[in-house]
Design a protein around this ligand. Sequence first.
Ligand SMILES: [Zn+2]
Length: 350
Amino acid sequence: MTSKTILDPMNSATIDIEPAVGRASLTHRPRRLRRSEGIRAMVRETIVRPDDLIYPLFAVPDNRPKVEIGAMPGVWQLRAREVVEEAKRAADKGIRAILLFGIPEYKDAIGSSSWDPSGPVQAATEGIKKALPGMTVMTDVCMCEYTDHGHCGVIVDRKGTKDVDNDQTLALLVKQSLSFANAGADFVAPSDMMDGRIGAIRRALDDRGMTDIGIMAYSAKFASGFYGPFREAAESAPQFGDRRTYQMDPANAREALREMQLDAEEGADMIMVKPALSYLDLIRVARENFNLPIAAYNVSGEYSMVKAAAKLGWIDGPRVMNEILTSIKRAGADLIITYHAVEFAETYKG
Ligand SMILES: [Zn+2]
């Protein structure tokens, strides 16, 4: 029998092998499907498209400057007209949905600036719908950007312990949602994690004939360290305590399923898992348990870590971005809210 000499990679010496060794007995060779990019593309199971992505933007009042967020390179606080310009740029690249956050002109204990019809989110919504009628505008609904204490609802003092009052907060979330809907939002997206808010908002919209306005519910939203950079972007850091009495404990999966069930029962059109990367298992749980579209929020900290490591030359940023977005979709998300949206769309080959 003839033998062949190859280089042994372990010791750089040459060794002799028999040519047929290990071949005849192999029935399965999965590597056949990886031989070329053509074959790999043919059998690729998960493909992220720009249509899957929702692009978050931060709107500030007109009297403030346009500012880049320090910990989120490429993400800016924009005035309403600049939000519209950025939405146009995103649309040109193939992005078809925007999620708006607002930084108001003034803050108070109940976040009353959030339902000011001339507020930054309302102005940006009106501007986008006028310039780009086909763009889907979603508006984040929460009190933390609008309250002087930075919490997501009304603060009450119970025997010396301050906490967010659930039921008083519902009325404020409803006012804010109606104001965004009146400005032209296609979806309102409550992120506060109060009990019963999806039902309260749905009823209020329906009572006013706004049955077409959808609700994307931040259903399983965890009290996460990954939100750090966002608080700079949205200027929403709590002035005391933390959000653990309303946002979920990162350890809890069954509770996440329960939160998603309640939001679905209350009339949510889409349910969301936030953050995405450390919660891929829950995206899968959502996919397996609901027939609603599942959204996942690729949050600020996830974005910033990629940007920082890429800047240091430690990772290949675009490659890691692609891998992260693919993993979120593979886990079961239909929609991904991501600051990478335009960057991804620019490199998308269709
Ligand atoms: Zn909030």
